[in-house]
Design a binder for this molecule. Structure first.
Ligand SMILES: [Zn+2]
Length: 67
């Protein structure tokens, strides 16, 4: 029997985050808040999710911090 497994993390944009000064690129912008979950899929259906985290990501350089 054939199973198609997938493994990875999935990001979902929650909306604008806080205005931050980036430690990497030194720009002050509104960062984007995302939720990241790790998941396993079978036939593209998620069967397990864990490790849910919220991050904010710099729109200029992509630096992420956990919030
Ligand atoms: Zn940056």
């Amino acid at each position: 029997m054939f199973f198609l497994f997938g493994f990875g993390s999935k990001e979902r944009v929650l909306g604008p985050g806080e205005v931050r000064t980036c430690p990497n690129c030194a720009n002050t912008t509104t960062w984007t808040r995302v939720r990241v979950v790790k998941q396993v899929t079978v036939f593209f259906l998620p069967i397990a999710r864990w490790g849910r985290r919220q991050l904010e990501i710099c729109g200029i350089c992509g630096t992420a911090v956990e919030v």
